[in-house]
Design a protein around this ligand. Structure first.
Ligand SMILES: Nc1ncnc2c1ncn2[C@@H]1O[C@H](COP(=O)(O)OP(=O)(O)OP(=O)(O)O)[C@@H](O)[C@H]1O
Ligand SMILES: [Mg+2]
Length: 334
């Protein structure tokens, strides 16, 4: 049995809005196993980034942001840690890669300085040792000629190379968990596939667990072990790639898949098969979160929140009607 490195239980994140405290992440639960790639998919505004940033505790817990639930890591709840202890964990135990590599790099310092400073912030090593380690991780991410690379500034690199450097910084201290929040959105399609492949290979070789966030089910399918589908702050379906792709149970998952099939490029912010967009968190309906865009909504869906149904194997869904849906849904290829 593979060990769980992270256990997220009933995690909620509330933001202060004009309508009061509203949950952007709503009782989200999942485990992350050692060496596995877990993907989180959903359209824009589903709560993917808020989930990721809550795990990293990147929102200050002040008057306007509050967390609930627990995030168990290494025998303790991250939500109980002091800000100082969290700061030590970030970049060392848990690393995050953001969408835009340019904003993750400092334009005024060389790649070498940024890499070695990250290493020296977490490891008590000499400059020489940090430099050696920097070259090693640049090599690991496929950066050609790392020795020269150390002297380059971010603007001298292509987008794909910059993202490789960002990944090198993220893995420099050998984190147990890597969270990649749409790490390829700014890149062209061939480079996207390379970067996704690279992250998956690093995870495999180093036993890192990865949370991979994307709009693009197609991109994730190749590298993920399990997939969590989010809608309006909730996980509506979670399963192994095999289960989810062969027997998607939630109408939303099926809509995402049908869209991925009908588009030639990556799935962007619009679903071709389900009209409308994700509502604002202040407009969360009573009952099922997906009711307003679902063609199969019943009175029960409008009044009662769907409970989690365990399907076969490692697969769960939150839909009252998952076993009564037609074999081919509207918009699905026959
Ligand atoms: N600081 C904040 N204050 C208030 N609401 C917020 C804040 N950050 C995010 N939200 C809201 O929380 C919801 C989820 O946002 P989130 O950024 O997690 O979406 P996402 O799934 O990552 O979307 P995308 O694919 O566009 O990155 C959105 O409705 C967003 O407007
Ligand atoms: Mg996001």
């Amino acid at each position: 049995m593979t060990r769980n490195v992270l256990e997220v239980k009933e995690l909620s994140t509330w933001f202060g809005t004009e309508d009061g405290q509203i949950a952007a992440v709503d009782r989200v639960s999942f485990v992350l196993k050692q060496g596995e790639v877990l993907s989180i998919v959903g359209e824009s505004g589903c709560g993917k980034s808020v989930t990721a940033q809550s795990i990293m505790r990147l929102y200050e817990e002040n008057g306007s942001v509050a967390y609930d639930g627990s995030i168990l890591y290494d025998g303790a709840d991250l939500l109980d840690h002091s800000p100082a202890r969290m700061a030590k964990l970030r970049g060392n135990d848990i690393s995050m890669i953001f969408q835009d590599p340019m904003s993750a790099l400092n334009p005024v310092f060389t790649i070498g300085t940024q890499l070695t400073e990250t290493i020296r912030a977490h490891r008590n090593v000499s400059r020489g040792e940090a430099r050696r380690r920097a070259i090693e991780v640049l090599n690991a991410v496929g950066y050609p000629d790392p020795e020269t690379g150390l002297r380059r500034y971010p603007h001298e690199l292509s987008g794909g190379m910059r993202q490789r450097v960002v990944i090198a910084i993220a893995i420099a201290c050998e984190p147990k968990i890597l969270i990649a929040d749409e790490p390829t959105t700014a890149l062209d399609v061939t480079i996207q596939a390379q970067i996704v492949e690279l992250i998956a290979t690093l995870a495999k070789d180093r036993g890192m667990a990865v949370v991979f966030i994307s709009h693009d089910l197609g991109l994730l399918a190749e590298v993920s072990h399990r997939v969590a589908v989010m809608y309006l702050g909730q996980i509506v379906e979670l399963g192994t790639v095999a289960e989810l792709f062969s027997q998607p149970a939630h109408p939303y998952t099926r809509g995402l898949m049908a869209s991925a099939l009908t588009l030639t490029g990556p799935l962007t912010h619009r679903l071709t098969t389900i009209a409308g967009t994700v509502p604002a968190i202040t407009d969360r309906p009573t009952g099922c979160v997906f009711q307003d865009r679902c063609a199969y909504t019943t009175t029960q869906c409008r009044s009662q929140e769907p409970s989690t149904t365990e399907l076969t194997g490692d697969h769960q869904v939150r839909c009252w009607n998952h076993d009564q849906l037609p074999a081919v849904l509207e918009g699905e290829p026959a």
